[in-house]
Design a protein around this ligand. Sequence first.
Ligand SMILES: CC(C)(COP(=O)(O)OP(=O)(O)OC[C@H]1O[C@@H](n2cnc3c(N)ncnc32)[C@H](O)[C@@H]1OP(=O)(O)O)[C@@H](O)C(=O)NCCC(=O)NCCS
Length: 339
Amino acid sequence: MGISVTPLDANDQPTRDAVYRIAMAAQAVDEPDLPPLCRRRFEAPLWHPMPGIDPRWVVARLDGAPVGWLRLYLHILDNTENASVDLVVDPAYRRRGVGRALHEHGVRLLREHGGKRLVGPTVTALPGEKGRELPGAAFAAAVGARPALSDVRRRLDVTALDRSRLAALLAEARAAAAGYRTIRWGDHAPEEYVADVAHLEGRLLLDAPMGELAWEQERMDAERARAAERALDARGVRRHNVGAVHEASGRLVAWSQLSLDATTTWHAWQQITIVDPAHRGHRLGLLVKVENLEHALAHEPGLRVIDTYNAAANAHMIAINEQLGFRPAAGSTDWQLTI
Ligand SMILES: CC(C)(COP(=O)(O)OP(=O)(O)OC[C@H]1O[C@@H](n2cnc3c(N)ncnc32)[C@H](O)[C@@H]1OP(=O)(O)O)[C@@H](O)C(=O)NCCC(=O)NCCS
């Protein structure tokens, strides 16, 4: 029978079970220090895609049994020539051409959509780290992709956090941020600030180093920001946010977000931290990040570890994270293939 590739049917529970099992098995090899994948978060894109994303999820079978999958996110509101891709093969069935068959299927889907570029991540070893076999890079190079952006995942061991140092950093940031006040919210931004949140989120791709990735600014507005909140609600992701409001204008000009999956209490992701360019130089990035961290520590008693990704070239954000005690845990490369 060989290899076949077909769309994942959201109503086909046994195949969904297999797809999730494959993702778990791959993660156990590639990123064993992360918590087990939250199934609700993993599967939600089948029913609740992020706004601006048309997801195509396909399954590869070897002699009839599911052994791998590919999830293609076609971008339909901006970056319409790009598709983000995740491609995973069961560790027990690698080097049999399954990855290549999935990739070729993904390229066909992209062509049908009129797209030009595939972008996908692989886990990489840290400099000096030995003994981990990570096949993603060899595979990506074998299908003709080029490394476009290097990221490092950094981890904060919350149990070893120097609280007095944190308090000192916060005091320092507050002293530098005269004329700004902070506000906090959970899953949903306050109505009066949702347009500012959207503006900041839309800027992110302009401001963060993007390496060789061909990515344009996302078209964000309040409506799309609300749709993204609904998609995160559907994933069961709980969020802690702190923003800084410029008192003279009343605008929200800095923002930091932490999130936790529904199935974990010990692990959080440090997500976006961004300061409007017109308001930089007042330590607002440090202020919102540290205040949010303190809030999360107070409200997530099981929290032990926080992970965050930074572009390897993002010296400023890395300096803030290192000050807080984040240390490199794994590398990651975004690969880009122009078809
Ligand atoms: C990367 C991955 C998808 C490859 O799946 P696979 O089914 O083993 O891939 P294929 O058998 O089709 O391999 C195609 C080519 O990739 C290269 N390749 C794949 N794995 C490799 C490895 N471990 N070492 C060296 N080259 C490798 C080879 O050139 C291979 O061709 P060959 O077997 O004829 O030499 C799989 O290892 C995986 O799921 N890894 C974790 C997730 C990931 O990194 N995904 C990549 C997203 S871009």
